[in-house]
Design a protein around this ligand. Structure first.
Ligand code: FES
Ligand SMILES: [Fe+2]
Length: 448
């Protein structure tokens, strides 16, 4: 896997300008509902959300609703969430059921989707209420790394094919071994793509999160991999040095205090993914690595301390090489709407999807996952909701800084003075590639 050669695939969006219509037009949103969401693989939930047979999760996308059910210890099915009698939805949210049940007139189904009971069934002509007519309509399901995906198009390619170019980079992280640490959600006053694009590039860090420049060089590169994309720090140290934007380019001699500050600060302002574990390793770097140690050796030591801490806690360290970790970068955007910053001991994940067919609103989920010693995983980590988007205590400083941009972007894109978005061709390839892939997918689906 060579990620170091410049990859310009993502910069071929014609002129490199993304029309505002893609974010603000109700017609575009309507086309997306049918041509994207109606036929793309999309992450519905995590397996840990439906651990027991009979547990279900209701996944809503645009005006469609799907119920995902664990039907056997290792079998998960999904159905269109609608009663064939007079159209009531069967479930909302998540829960547990021995049978799926319609609250209107009491019809019910076995977990495998077959009709179990029709009240006064004999009153219909037989052909109208045959089992075949009344069984729940299946929706395609795929599973990867602990996530459950659905696809509303029965003819789509396999989930494996959909994920292939990204999966090869991500599988070594053993993401299936992670469990929820916390989960937060909000309704955002912006298009689903506006908020996703606040998390699939590192270019905004120098301004939106300028407090971070004191302990790392923020300059990232971004590469497309089919419909997916990632970014990382392949030409600079990933942490510890002051940003050249502050130093005028002078290198940081001693990166140890920067690593400590970075880890301490991340734990306070984000409290997510690997950051909790990394505080410990950051402290050890400062205390145990002698001054004057070359930066690359300091980083190796940091990795070693992270590993030692994880092992001391009884965690299973993934079978991943330094090269694999380096090749993966730090952030992946899986088409169309799943983003993750992943590390060996944790992950910070994002998802955004339209709220109904309104181009100006979306449902945004952010979650932290961690590796836990067996039996130590928190159980039933519930989603916490807050519409108070500048509440630093609830969201942490970093997310409130990101949120402060998104509704303003949505508003600004409607300006008569806005000629379209022009992402940075090096640092924002993930944004460009996303729109290239979206346009192509809406045009040709998986045939492209
Ligand atoms: S609508 Fe479901 S039983 Fe009548
Ligand atoms: Fe950000």
């Amino acid at each position: 896997m060579n990620v170091h050669a410049p990859n310009t695939a993502g910069t071929s969006q014609g002129s490199g300008i993304i029309p505002a219509e893609n974010y603000i037009s109700p017609e575009f949103a309507k086309r997306e509902a049918e041509l994207l969401w109606g036929r793309v693989w999309q992450m519905a939930c995590r397996e840990e959300e439906i651990p027991k047979v009979g547990d279900f999760y209701t996944y809503d996308i645009c005006d469609q609703s799907v119920v995902v059910v664990r039907v056997a210890a290792d079998e998960i099915k999904a159905y269109h969430n609608v009663c064939p009698h007079r159209g009531r939805t069967l479930t909302e949210g998540c829960g547990h059921a021995a049978r799926l049940f319609c609250k209107y007139h009491g019809w019910s189904w076995s977990l495998d989707g077959t009709i179990a009971k029709v009240v006064d069934r004999h009153e219909w002509p037989e052909a109208m209420v045959s089992d075949e007519e009344l069984n729940l309509m299946p929706v395609k399901v795929g599973r990867w790394a602990g996530w459950i995906y659905i696809n509303l198009d029965p003819e789509s390619v396999s989930l494996e094919d959909h994920l292939a170019p990204a999966k090869a980079y991500l599988d070594p992280f053993d993401l299936g071994g992670l469990r929820y640490h916390w989960r937060k959600s909000a309704i955002m006053n912006c298009n689903w793509k506006v908020i996703l694009e606040a998390f699939n590039e590192g270019y905004h860090v120098q301004t939106t999160h300028s407090q971070m420049l004191r302990y790392f060089d923020d300059w990232t590169q971004s590469y497309a991999h089919g419909r997916h994309a990632h970014f990382g720090y392949w030409e600079s140290l990933p942490m510890g040095s002051r940003s050249p934007r502050l130093t005028g380019g002078a290198p940081t001699e001693d990166i140890r205090p920067g690593i400590r500050d970075y880890m301490d600060d991340m734990a306070v302002t984000l409290n997510a993914g690997s950051s909790v574990q990394a505080v410990h390793a950051g402290r050890r770097v400062e205390q145990e690595v002698p001054p004057g140690t070359p930066p690359m050796e300091v980083l190796m030591k940091f990795g070693q301390f992270l590993y030692e801490h994880a092992i001391s806690l009884g965690l299973k360290w993934p079978d991943i090489s330094a090269e694999q970790m380096q090749a993966a970068g730090i952030d992946w955007h899986l088409f169309p709407n799943q983003i993750m910053l992943m590390g060996p001991t944790g992950l910070l994940g994002y998802r955004a999807r339209p709220l109904g067919n309104d181009p100006d609103k979306c449902i945004f989920d952010v979650y932290s996952m961690q590796r836990y010693a067996e039996g130590q995983e928190p159980k039933n980590v519930e989603v916490e909701w807050s519409q108070n988007l500048d509440d630093k205590d609830f969201w942490g400083l970093i997310l409130t800084q990101d949120f402060a941009n998104v509704a303003e972007v949505q508003k600004g894109m409607k300006s008569k003075g806005f000629k379209g978005a022009r992402p940075n061709p090096l640092q924002e390839v993930a944004v460009l590639n996303f729109h290239r892939a979206l346009t192509e997918f809406m045009d040709k689906g998986y045939a492209a």
